[in-house]
Design a protein around this ligand. Structure first.
Ligand code: MOS
Length: 705
């Protein structure tokens, strides 16, 4: 029986649980005898604690323990860099000494019977500091190269400076993206419970195995002694890729209190206790011939990081291969500040770099008086000119064609301010999108039961893309079973190991493992049961049979450059009196390989589009340059798109793309490409509407008036 579950717009198998409250999120696990933790955070950005007085807090009602650096147990903090940690530097140590590294650095943990008691007692702790002058503002320090291999951060081919100088047409500008914070609906939370030397963590995370490894290193215990469960995650966008200090504090608190301890960050704490998209400054200079062929690209960038870790991201990767150009220079540097470490936030690096590159391309098109699609078509590369490898597949032209057609691009009048709707200025803009195909080793278990149904499992997280559902489809397809006869489970370190749910790699990685495990167990069953029909074979066998399979990439990445591509189009309407921009339509066409579930895939893409609206028009964590405080660390003042900001038209097309090289499933990933290019398309549309080029995000009304 062929189920053809792959490719079907299956509704979420966990949808009913989610809308009825049956899905249990980290803070909701009903752990008996749980106590509550509240973190006290520093009010200075840099210095030492001179006095910390917790006596009043200790006497407050319900308080079980108060931990500061003076009485907290010493932790091992063994050297450990998981794949989602910065490779250089050392993670923040908490309650180990009197140092304060950033505004909001944890300086105490209060554990009490109730959450209210913990929060109240935390307000009674008094700390004084020997504050040190620190650098908070990105403009206040000289950017430096990241530590380590220089060739990663600075690349050159041809003679870009000379080519730029002699180019017939050039544009040369700086683009600024402010700090942005992840704002998932579910805030980070951990419940920690010790049983002797074994620890259980119910945690909001994108990587249960990563949390176990990290906490094992911090406490100096074997990772096998730690179980991490994270079956449901209410959004994360990268904030759940590392185990932040509250996870350590929950485990530490539980050890001292000799009871399970729950810590949930407040919305405000999300701006201090987890990472963020770094404030980034980028110069992009493009030189071209009059007929629109790129002669030179210079992309020189720097962004903020902490004083204790070198956070770097793929800011310049797309610039090196997206458009054909013989002379390319890229350089990334770091501004080391007294701030906490930034982290991955949806399409980290790619979305920021592509914003600058694709806005610059639009500026070049204007200088050349050339349609932006035509400009891109003239610079369509034959191969990846950075890696000197052919693309495994590249559907940019098809994406431009389909996107333009669905958008109605041919109706665009090219002059800025030439399109109106009553009193509103209308603008149309576009950009190219790209994101790498990531594929990492993963394992999965498949078990067939005598009744002919199957149980399939892997440790993976589902932060929202629909992994519960899409993996059920992959499993059903490989087993030849209807999807309602397959029960897929994820989100637990007791299940076979997987990579983080990040880098859009889950379907390629975990999906390949699930497919392989299901194929293998089916073959085994048919052989052992001596039948052509799986149900009959399992009846004969009469007992469960189970396999666990490891999957890993082959050598395709040495032979091919593998990326998803897209063309994205935006329409804005701007009130010239109020400077207010509304996005009316977004159209995206993507070549992202095989689409396992068109329904959840479309949801991913509209989520990315809405995220892109936030980036273009709203999001900005305003950091006080004197104190490092985020002055808008709340939902009232950190603006993100709500339903009323989401355009009625978000049109998503997946071009038919069969890529035999990327991975066994032929998928390229969707979670991140869906936000790439959106902010550029919107900023290009804003220019088209108004004639004003805003190079510093977000494009707020004050910048347009
Ligand atoms: Mo994504 S930033 O890899 O969760």
């Amino acid at each position: 029986m062929i189920t053809a579950a792959i490719g079907q717009p299956v509704s979420r198998v966990d949808g009913r649980k989610k809308v009825t409250g049956g899905a249990t999120y980290a803070a909701e696990f009903d752990v008996p005898n749980v106590a509550h933790g509240s973190i006290v955070r520093s009010t200075v950005a840099s210095g030492r604690i001179t006095v910390i007085d917790s006596s009043a807090a200790e006497k407050a009602p319900g308080v079980i323990a108060v931990l500061t650096y003076r009485n907290a147990p010493k932790l091992a903090y063994a050297e450990h860099h998981g794949t989602t940690d910065p490779a250089v530097g050392e993670r923040l140590h908490v309650l180990q000494d009197d140092r304060v590294n950033h505004q909001g650095h944890p300086i105490a943990l209060v554990i009490a019977e109730t959450l209210e008691q913990a929060i109240h007692a935390a307000t009674l702790i008094r700390a004084t500091y020997a504050s040190e002058a620190g650098a908070i503002d990105i403009g206040g320090v000289e950017p430096v190269p990241p530590t380590g291999e220089a060739s990663k951060w600075e690349t050159r081919r041809g003679d870009p400076e000379k080519a730029l100088t002699s180019a017939e047409v050039k544009v040369d500008n700086s683009y600024v993206i402010p700090r942005e914070n992840h704002n998932p609906i579910e805030m980070h939370a951990t419940i920690a419970a010790w049983d002797g030397d074994r620890l259980t963590l119910w945690d909001k995370t994108q990587w249960v195995d990563g949390v176990a490894d990290e906490i094992a290193a911090v406490f100096g215990i074997p990772a096998e002694n730690i179980r991490v469960a994270s079956p449901f995650v209410g959004g994360a966008f990268g904030s759940g890729l590392r185990a932040w200090s509250h996870v350590t504090l929950a485990a530490l608190g539980a050890r001292v209190a000799k009871r399970p301890v729950k810590i949930m960050l407040s919305r405000r704490e999300m701006y201090y206790g987890t990472g963020y998209r770094p404030h980034t400054v980028q110069r992009v200079a493009l030189g071209a011939s009059r007929d629109g062929h790129l002669a030179a690209i210079v992309h020189d960038a720097y962004h903020e990081t902490s004083g204790y870790e070198d956070y770097t991201e793929a800011l310049l990767d797309a610039t090196r291969f997206l458009h054909s150009c013989p002379n390319v220079y890229t350089r990334d540097r770091l501004a080391r500040l007294n701030v906490h470490t930034p982290t991955w936030m949806r399409a980290p690096g790619e979305v920021s770099g592509v914003f600058a590159l694709e806005t610059a391309m639009d500026e070049l098109g204007v200088a050349l008086k050339m349609d932006p699609i035509e400009l891109r078509l003239r610079n369509e590369p034959e191969q990846d000119e950075y890696k000197n490898l052919p693309f495994s597949s590249r559907s940019t032209k098809e994406c431009y064609r389909i996107g333009a057609e669905r958008f109605g691009w041919s109706q665009r009048s090219s002059e800025p301010r030439s399109m109106r709707d009553g009193g509103l200025l209308v603008g149309w803009g576009m950009a190219t999108a790209t994101y790498p195909m990531n594929f990492a080793p993963a394992s999965a278990m498949a078990r067939l039961l005598p009744d002919g149904t199957a149980e399939v499992a892997a440790a993976a997280s589902d932060i929202g893309p629909g992994t519960w559902t899409s993996m059920t489809q992959v499993a059903a397809d490989a087993l030849g079973l209807p999807i309602d006869q397959v029960k897929f489970t994820l989100g637990d370190t007791s299940l076979p190991k997987t990579p983080p749910q990040g880098g859009s790699m889950t379907m390629a990685s975990v999906g390949s493992a699930v497919q392989a495990a299901c194929r293998k167990v089916r073959e085994d069953a048919l052989a052992r049961g001596g039948a052509n029909d799986l149900a009959e074979a399992m009846r004969h066998i009469g007992e469960p049979i189970e396999v666990t399979v490891d999957s890993k990439p082959g050598d395709a990445s040495q032979r091919f450059s593998m990326h998803a591509f897209g063309g994205v189009f935006a329409e804005v309407a701007i009130d010239p009196d109020l400077g207010q921009t509304r996005v009316r339509r977004i159209v995206g066409a993507y070549g992202a390989g095989r689409i396992i579930n068109p329904k959840t895939s479309r949801s991913q893409c509209i989520g990315g589009m809405i995220g892109g609206i936030g980036m273009a028009l709203m999001e900005h964590s305003v950091v006080d340059p004197r104190s490092g405080r985020v002055t808008n660390a709340n939902f009232a003042e950190y603006a993100i798109p709500v339903h009323a900001d989401a355009p009625a038209v978000m049109d998503v097309t997946f071009v038919d793309e069969h890529d035999p090289h990327v991975n066994p499933l032929g998928v390229k990933g969707l979670g991140e490409i869906s936000i790439v290019g959106i902010a550029a398309a919107i900023s290009n549309a804003v220019f088209h509407a108004t004639g004003k080029r805003i190079r510093e995000l977000p494009i707020t009304p004050d910048k347009l008036l």
